[in-house]
Design a protein around this ligand. Structure first.
Ligand code: NAD
Ligand code: ZN
Length: 341
């Protein structure tokens, strides 16, 4: 089969011919149809310090996918050959305290397909049946291929009650933009999204009814008064990984405001803790998606009018993956989807 592999510990990905993976009794074999390129895949392409520390070489990469089940391991029940599916790319253990409490997304031994284990940038993927999420007809393969990052957005956005609340999202990357659409869908009042990249803010306005703010040019305090917000934002969703954005968020939150942090800062970054204390702010770190609560909720929302399709700005055939990575790395795109035929 064709696959994209990190073959050498250096920048790039290489298309290879690999054997179709064998499945164990608890796994299914999936014929991959569409895959999404993630920021994580860009880190792996660039072979930065994180990637060099984390990713074994050689490895077939990629973790955002949709496809069709073509074979079932002998222990698998409840799934069928021919069924369309996506799936959770975090492979969890079942022995930890959190796993045994049913909080699978908090298992400390999580391993990621396409990061630690063979991934989805391939014609075929072997996945534990446990991780498979069947897709209803209403969700086509390209939306199925972006459920992983949509899940990050949904998990973060649903961390706190947003109904009637003023929400600040820092970072209009694909995940920040999808979080804005979710915040709108569940009934937030004002949804303000910040970035320093005009193309990204433009895209945000095409996907959701948001107030875009270029923080390189406009001050958030001015935006608050323009929107007649008396005190500040009720909830902040940090989706840039940028220190300045977090500082601005804390500055512009109400007393007792709540922050969900998804963005990953590059290293240790200073935080003015006294401001957090005196404003009585609650901060929640968010990792991945809730397995499988987030999946149920996002599929239900997609079946009931949540539309994130405009966040997909580019589509390429899998063999043109290098173009796809170039577009994704340029910062001028939303989601980029590869077609595996
Ligand atoms: P992205 O890099 O495409 O988007 C981040 C955006 O933040 C960019 O558009 C950038 O221009 C913008 N930005 C930079 N400085 C800013 C500032 N000062 N104020 C506002 N915006 C600013 O990333 P993405 O794929 O949308 O992911 C969002 C974040 O979530 C990233 O940090 C990513 O690493 C992280 N992430 C975390 C998890 C998790 O499980 N915690 C999972 C996926 C992604
Ligand atoms: Zn991803």
């Amino acid at each position: 089969m064709k696959a994209l592999q990190k073959s050498r510990p250096e920048p790039g990905l290489w298309q290879i011919e690999a054997p179709v993976p064998e499945i164990s009794p608890d796994e299914v074999l999936i014929r991959v149809r569409k895959t999404g390129i993630c920021g994580t895949d860009i880190h792996i392409w660039n072979w930065d310090d994180w990637a060099a520390r984390t990713v074994p070489v050689p490895l077939i990469t990629g973790h955002e996918f949709a496809g069709e089940i073509v074979a079932l391991g002998r222990n698998v029940t409840g799934l069928e050959v021919g069924q369309r599916c996506s799936g959770e790319g975090h492979l969890i253990g079942h022995d930890s305290r959190q796993s045994r409490a049913g909080k699978f997304h908090l298992d400390p031994e999580t391993r990621g397909i396409g990061v630690n284990e063979p991934g989805a940038f391939a014609e075929y993927l072997a996945l534990p049946a446990f991780n498979v999420v069947p897709l209803p007809d209403a969700i086509d393969d390209e939306i199925g291929a972006i459920l992983d990052p949509l899940g990050n957005a949904v998990h973060t956005a649903l961390s706190f009650d947003l109904v009637g609340e003023d929400v600040l999202i820092t970072g209009a990357g694909p995940i920040g933009i999808m979080a804005a659409a979710v915040a709108r869908h569940v009934g937030a009042r004002h949804v303000v999204i910040t970035d320093v990249n005009p193309a990204r803010l433009d895209l945000a306005t095409q996907v959701a009814d948001v107030v875009p703010v270029n923080v390189a040019q406009e001050d958030l305090a001015a935006v608050k008064s323009r929107l007649r917000m008396r005190e500040g934002f009720d909830v902040g969703l940090e989706m840039s990984g940028n220190q300045t954005a977090l500082d601005q968020m804390v500055e512009n939150l109400v007393m007792g405001g709540r922050i969900a942090l998804l963005g990953i800062p590059p290293g240790k970054s200073p935080v003015d803790w006294s401001r957090i204390v005196f404003k009585a702010i609650t901060i929640k770190g968010v990792y991945g998606r809730e397995i499988f609560e987030t999946w149920y909720k996002m599929i239900a929302m997609l079946e009931n009018g949540l539309n994130v399709r405009p966040v997909i700005t580019h589509r390429f055939a899998a063999q043109d993956f290098a173009r796809g990575f170039e577009v994704m790395a340029s910062g001028q795109s939303g989601k980029v989807v590869l077609d595996w035929g």
